[in-house]
Write a protein that binds this ligand. Sequence first.
Ligand SMILES: Nc1ncnc2c1ncn2[C@@H]1O[C@H](COP(=O)(O)OP(=O)(O)OP(=O)(O)O)[C@@H](O)[C@H]1O
Length: 585
Amino acid sequence: MSSVNLSDQIKVIDSSWKRCHSLGLSPTGPINNLLLTGKDLQTVLKENEYLIKHTTSILEKLYPSIHSSELVTVIVDRNGTIVHKIGKLEIEESLDYMSVGSNWSEEIKGTNAIGLAIHEKKPIITHAEHHFYVKNHFLTCAASPIYSPTREVIGAVNISARKELFHPFMISLTSIIAEAVQNRLLLEQANHEKVLALKEINHTANLYTFPLLTLDHEKRILRANQHARHLLGEDCIGKEFQAKQGHSIDILSDQSKKVFRSVISLHTTNKKGPQVNNLYTISDIIGSCEKIVWIRKMVNKAALTDYPIIIYGESGTGKELIAQSLHTAGSRKRKPFIAVNCSAIPENLIESELFGYERGAFTGANRDGAPGKFEAADGGTIFLDEIGDMPLKAQAALLRVLQEKTVTRIGGVEVKRIDTRVIAATNKNLREEVQSGRFREDLYYRLKGIIITPPALRNRSDIIELSEHLITKLDNPTVRLSEEAKQKLVSYRWPGNIRELNSILMQASFFAEGNEIKAEDLHFVSEYEQQTDSEEKTPITLINAEIDVIKRALYSVEWNISKAADILKISRNTLYLKIKKYNLH
Ligand SMILES: Nc1ncnc2c1ncn2[C@@H]1O[C@H](COP(=O)(O)OP(=O)(O)OP(=O)(O)O)[C@@H](O)[C@H]1O
């Protein structure tokens, strides 16, 4: 609580009087009775809603002591306008001396406790003749400023009485009220921050690729990210969870070393697969379908050259896997592999990301400058993912680097030679992008050396083989697919590619009773099924549905008629007839 030093007070009052004189006010002159009413008053009350809410709830507790005809307690906003009042000073001239809406700033009412507490940002007493206006000499007043959580004065609390009733307790009371209001505002802000922090945690956890759980000390689920809720059910919060071997567990304990939370990531920590600094190799490209066999061969061959490469494919078809395998199979394997997602970098930063910048090149930049991705990848490989989304200005700069094999940092003059292999990937048709003017033709031809197109999962005939491989990386690698489950996997459309397959298998191995995944354990994500895709825009009719099922069966076995007829449970002849009827090829 703030104490009041009387000699300080006199100096403060003295200075206030000087200010009043310099404003042209006169102690015996008329007082400006600036009073807000109607809409203007409503606006001010609305603006100070929080202040009023918190102060009134505190004042209510003091109501028996402050509600009297001898004391008036008011709350003012930062400008000195009264926004709340308890008690009344009954004087002859007016029955309502300090009314809601009246302004008690120094400029309006001369030297007074309210105006001074706001001006000086500290508790003040103004007694009798301390007041500038003679008309206020009958008063004794005490006021304390109220601070926001960010230490700005947002108002003040004032208690006034007739001067004969002066008691030093008045200033203590205003300080106690101001502090109590401040504590409430701080508490409210802390709660607000907590809600924001939780939202932030949820958002970040949902971006995490694996199911993630937070457990309390009794192993009950407190929080679960989207992947975890998908796996364990939307109603998993509050349920008990037993972590298994292989789950990554972080224990959070308090100062007494008592466990109060554990954070569990449901992915195995001991399986083979790319970890940080551990890139994919050709042997990670799994599959025996013709296209995948061809890709492995191509990667082996292309790795020995520095030909530019473009990988075309839908999301999740293995573009980055192929790019890393190209790097690790070649002579650059001990040098950096730097992946850049061109669509994830804001347009105005892409050049500085790729080429670096010198000290002070632009506002917001690191003071000492920074190397770009090309410099970072020197001697190794740069993987430009989503190159079709690169802005035209950055395309021009990229073309320069590819032609001249040098980079100059933004804002710099030094030309650095770089020796970097470029692999680009996109899911856009670059030729169409060139035709529509969104992609530079000269850059297209620079990048277009060898083209590799990983097939979409729905066009692969080795879904089962791939599934069995992905299962070996799960928590329960010994689980097997039943025949019906295999059938269901083969017949599904797979709009979400291998990432979707992996997540469905992860979920199924969790649901599986015993060591077998049954068809009913495979839950396909319905939102994917609604995704648009040129095929899916075809109206759903019985005939279209039949064509679709036949096509998928044929693709899945690379047009082996006997196998497709087997899957469809029709004779080979019937299948031939349908292929002819629907003109399938
Ligand atoms: N042939 C394959 N064999 C084994 N795993 C594969 C194969 N193809 C893709 N994957 C796996 O599928 C996942 C997605 O692969 P990747 O990230 O390389 O795809 P992408 O096409 O680069 O996706 P995006 O365009 O969304 O970045 C990875 O976990 C990868 O290991």
